[in-house]
Ligand binder design. Structure first.
Ligand code: S3P
Length: 444
């Protein structure tokens, strides 16, 4: 990856009507399920970012004929649950935890051996969370010492996996999805019980492909998803809505800068993803959802945001999993809000593309914000300081690059962010769009 630096000039107002690229989570799943379905799946709105392209390439390497992406259009000739071929080389998942963890579930059920590798950031991330349940199902998987990638998966041979009732130790859609996808290949019933609801795109999309998955709300927020092994998926069309996690940077920018008025169109509003909207509204944001409708089983809306003065809050822990990718930019917003914002119950942030608690606390302190990291969150005393000029490192994390760009909006002077090529993993058009709505960001 070549070195890319963002230079952000402070600037007041965010205005316009934009559309951000397709949802990353849904894009990954469209390729995975399309590949193991029977028939030809067509996708529109596919995210042409490095992460979802890594998934696309991996299935091509396993013999699946995939055309595109071409302006977000992809055609996948599904090979059925048992039709994947042994790849010649290790499958490179790049920076993508979603690709590696979900594909581990699918690959654990194949009769061939394979290896999954990743970049410097992914190679440090925990995989025990998926190898534990897969081993309970009878899969043979090796990791590096410490449970990190590469993952070496031995084919099942003539045995098949066995269904399990798995109680997830953490709220993770990746772990839940991995278990459910392995469950497609397992004998009997597989269930995944999560301590709090997480994004349910896998369950929705499996049902959309005609593969029944039940979801049941138990006591105290817990959710249980359940399926039977040995069924089949039938190809379909998938229209991928815009990614609320990408829209979040623009929603945040318009919320914190005076006189702003912005519409972000066709944003995915899945109830398991809208934590950012709920948290910002609790802080006093002016956000209206317009043109609410449904596209292929996923709710979408145009998000209309205007500037509003914000106040600090204690973020309800029930919203943490529903906004898990949005905390870097929410910390930036909290820095502008009057009073204290407290985040707790978010230790999962420490094992994302970077340790997002430490890296964001360091970055905010570097620009003069009163931000204190805690074991499972952050305490930010906002509204006191304007961000000061500084040079920030992204730590191989796209969302740090983009969140700190938004911090530059209200800064006293220029903020420089190093190592920003990673923005291409989820949002290749970020700079084009951020300049279009009124920011001044130069790419060097
Ligand atoms: C994702 C799940 C989340 C999220 C990630 C995408 C998914 O990870 O942070 O960006 O597509 O399932 P966890 O399941 O580890 O929380």
């Amino acid at each position: 990856m070549s070195n890319v630096t963002f230079k952000v000039q402070p600037n007041g107002t965010i205005k316009g009507r934009i559309r951000v690229p397709g949802d990353k989570s849904i894009s990954h799943r469209s390729i995975m399920l399309g590949a193991i379905a029977e028939g030809t799946t067509t996708v529109t709105g596919f995210l042409e970012g490095d992460d979802s392209l890594a998934t696309l390439k991996a299935f091509q390497d396993m013999g699946v004929e995939i055309d595109g992406p071409n302006n977000g259009r992809v055609t996948i000739k599904g090979v059925g649950l048992k039709g994947l071929k042994k790849p010649i080389n290790p499958l490179d998942m790049g920076n993508s935890g979603t690709a590696m963890r979900l594909m581990a579930g699918i690959l654990a059920g194949q009769d061939f051996d394979c290896e999954l590798i990743g970049d410097a950031s992914l190679s440090k991330r925990p995989m025990k969370r998926v190898t534990d349940p897969l081993r309970l199902m009878g899969a043979q998987i090796e990791t590096a010492d410490g449970g990190t990638p590469p993952l070496k998966i031995t084919g099942t041979g003539s045995h098949s996996l066995k269904g399990i009732d798995y109680v997830l130790p953490m709220a993770s859609a990746q772990v839940k999805s991995c278990v459910l996808l392995a469950g497609l290949y397992a004998e009997g019933t597989t269930s995944a019980l999560e301590p709090a609801p997480t994004r349910d795109h896998t369950e929705r999309m499996l049902n959309g492909f005609g593969y029944p998955v039940t979801s049941e709300k138990l006591d105290n927020q817990r959710m249980k998803a359940c399926l039977q092994g040995g069924g089949r998926l039938t190809a379909r069309h998938i229209d991928v809505p815009s990614d609320i996690s990408s829209a979040a940077f623009f929603i945040a920018a318009a919320t914190v800068s005076k006189d702003s008025d912005l519409v972000v169109e066709h944003v995915g509003m899945n109830p398991t993803r809208v934590g950012i909207i709920d948290i910002l509204k609790l802080m006093g944001a002016d956000i209206q959802l317009e043109n609410v409708h449904e596209v292929g089983g996923e709710p979408v809306a145009d998000v209309h945001v205007k500037y509003a003065p914000l106040k600090g809050i204690a973020i309800p822990e029930s919203l943490v999993a529903l906004a898990i990718d949005e905390f870097p930019v929410l910390f930036v917003v909290a820095a502008t809000a009057e009073g204290q914002t407290i985040l707790t119950g978010a230790e999962e942030l420490r094992v994302k593309e970077s340790d997002r608690i430490q890296v964001m606390a360091d970055a905010l302190q570097a620009v003069g914000i009163d931000a204190m990291p805690t074991k499972d969150g952050m305490v930010i005393n906002g509204g006191k300081q304007t961000p000061q000029s500084s040079e920030i490192q992204s730590h191989h994390d796209h969302r740090i690059s983009m969140a700190m760009t938004i911090a530059g909006l209200n800064a006293a002077s220029e903020i420089v962010i190093d190592d920003c090529a990673n923005v291409n993993t989820s949002f290749p058009t970020f700079i084009e769009l951020i300049n279009k709505v009124g920011m001044k960001v130069e790419v060097i």
